[in-house]
Write a protein that binds this ligand. Structure first.
Ligand SMILES: C[S@@+](CC[C@H](N)C(=O)[O-])C[C@H]1O[C@@H](n2cnc3c(N)ncnc32)[C@H](O)[C@@H]1O
Length: 501
């Protein structure tokens, strides 16, 4: 297998010891299947260890797209004499799974390790190792544009396998990324799948697969769902140490049900709208360092441009490291709001316009479809809020809850990059109050009940906007101070509205 094929087929073969440990765990949980299926069996470590662990009267079925792997499996199982093993060389997506499963005696165990690759990665490799229909989460056009509808192949496979077995006596036990396991849980809970129990066992993917991805074994048993959907999370396969219980609140996953129960009274209205920073997808051209009064772009060029469209820029790392007083970078902000015409720059700042024209290849070649059909040199995530002098911000990427007050710099509002989330504020006093509220222990505990720290972007706007700042202020005895700012805010929003009418 070359590197491209390994990626395309998500090919990370499970080491024997891990497969053995998983089969032993299932046996110790009283699982005694009559049929065992490994849907993408590779070199068959689960198949072989299942035959060793479970009854040799059970039926075994292994399916794999790579025939060379099946030859290896055949050799391995030859030594097992008369066990009933069927191997099929096929593409998972082309099989009639309902028919295959209908003939299998119960209890059925579906075990294995489906491919570790995303649809967008396959798209970039021009691979068709994909299902034909893939909007199984019913995402809309905007969610498709922003990448929310991207999915892991294993997510698609596990959700569909669970769908096909939900009215059978069956167990699914599969290795996957922890992020995939959570998406699966959310899907089955929201769609009321007949799954009675689920557990997650964290595994050491560095040790087992030499990759640094948070991964786990997801185990789901079919049956009548319990009143409260929950999934126990264990530290590892063997010591039974429970580290959290995942749940769901409306359509949002909870990282810790018990924390949520204690702090749920803080959820409610979004008094201030959370925003993310600006997106331009071309840091080489749009971002500058200032050296001896020279603006130097990411190509190392000294750029003679007006200051008109330049703003101080803070990135996630600056915010996470508390370096917010003196921004290291500047950013070219070509619009005041999304959809603004940009050609005006030619008249107001001709050197900036020439600079953009000279580097238009970089900007025209930005891959994201959010720029398609928009004015030349458009940016994204921009609006009145971006220009508010004071802000309260947090990095979405970092693994700590800390909100910083962002002051203006050299009399200009600081911009944040698109990995940061923020609330725009009118005054320093307002920003200090909001940051104090959000950095309080009750707020941290509340957010902690939703945050999955191993996510790529743990601190999302959908989590931040859940907290009701008024309820939080009441809890901390700062209700009157917040009311004052909110009434100022309402008045100025009212004035804005009248101007627009
Ligand atoms: C993560 S590996 C795991 C292999 C094996 N289950 C194990 O645990 O060692 C994923 C396997 O899926 C196979 N695969 C990828 N796409 C497939 C498809 N469309 N149909 C069947 N097998 C596929 C790959 O060839 C690879 O062997």
């Amino acid at each position: 297998m070359n590197r491209k094929q390994i990626i395309e087929f998500g090919d990370f073969q499970t080491p024997n010891n891990l497969a053995k440990g998983i089969c032993n765990l299932l046996l110790s949980e009283g699982i005694n299947p009559k049929s065992i299926i490994e849907p993408t069996c590779g070199r068959g470590s689960f198949l072989v260890n299942s035959i060793r662990t479970f009854s040799n009267k059970a039926e075994y079925l292994g399916i794999e797209i790579n025939n060379n792997y099946l030859k290896i499996v055949k050799e391995k199982i030859n030594s097992f004499g008369d066990s009933k093993v069927t191997l099929i060389n096929a593409d998972f997506f082309q099989l009639d799974w309902k028919k295959i499963l209908s003939s299998k005696p119960e209890p059925i165990l579906i075990i294995g390790n489906p491919p570790w690759v995303t649809n967008s990665r396959l798209g970039s490799l021009k691979s068709d190792n994909l299902p034909e229909k893939n909007n199984f989460n019913n995402y809309n056009g905007m969610e498709a544009l922003t990448g929310k509808s991207n999915f892991d192949i294993s997510e698609w496979m596990i959700i569909h396998l669970l769908d096909w077995i939900q009215n059978r006596n069956a167990i699914l036990a599969m290795l996957c990324k922890t992020s995939v396991a959570r998406k699966v849980l959310r899907h089955i809970w929201i769609n009321n799948f007949q799954i009675s129990e689920s557990d997650i066992y964290i595994i050491d993917s560095q040790l087992n697969f030499k990759v640094s991805v948070d991964a786990c074994l997801l185990v789901c048993k079919t049956g009548k769902p319990s009143k409260v959907n929950k999934c126990n999370v264990y530290d590892n396969l063997t010591n039974n140490k429970q580290i959290a219980v995942i749940g769901i609140q409306k359509s949002d996953l909870l990282a810790d049900i018990s924390k949520y129960k204690k702090w749920s009274h803080l959820s409610g209205k979004e008094y201030y709208k959370w925003r993310s920073g600006v997106k331009h997808d071309s840091s080489k051209i749009m971002e500058f360092k200032l050296n001896d009064n020279n603006f130097i772009n990411g190509l190392g060029e000294i750029c003679d441009i007006e200051k008109e469209y330049l703003y101080p820029l803070l990135k996630s790392s600056d915010i996470a490291n508390g370096k917010v007083e003196k921004p290291r970078k500047w950013v070219l902000i070509t619009q005041k709001t999304i959809g603004d015409e940009t050609s005006i720059i030619k008249h107001l700042a001709p050197k900036t316009w020439d600079y953009l024209l000279e580097h238009s290849d970089y900007l025209n070649n930005r891959k994201s479809s959010i720029y398609k059909g928009k004015a030349r040199f458009s940016i994204f995530g921009i609006g009145d809020y971006s220009f508010s002098k004071w802000k309260v911000a947090i990095s979405s990427l970092y693994k700590k809850i800390h909100f910083s007050v962002i002051p203006p710099y050299q009399n200009k509002p600081c911009m944040l990059d698109d990995t940061c989330n923020m609330i725009p504020c009118k005054t320093e006093e307002e920003a200090n109050l909001i940051a104090d509220l959000l950095n309080s222990e009750p707020a941290k505990k509340f957010f902690g009940s939703f945050i999955f720290w191993d996510s790529k972007r743990p601190i999302t706007i959908s989590i931040l906007k859940k907290i009701d700042l008024m309820k939080l202020a009441k809890e901390l005895g700062k209700e009157n101070k917040l009311k004052k700012h909110l009434s100022d805010k309402t008045q100025s929003d009212q004035i804005q509205l009248e101007i627009f009418r």
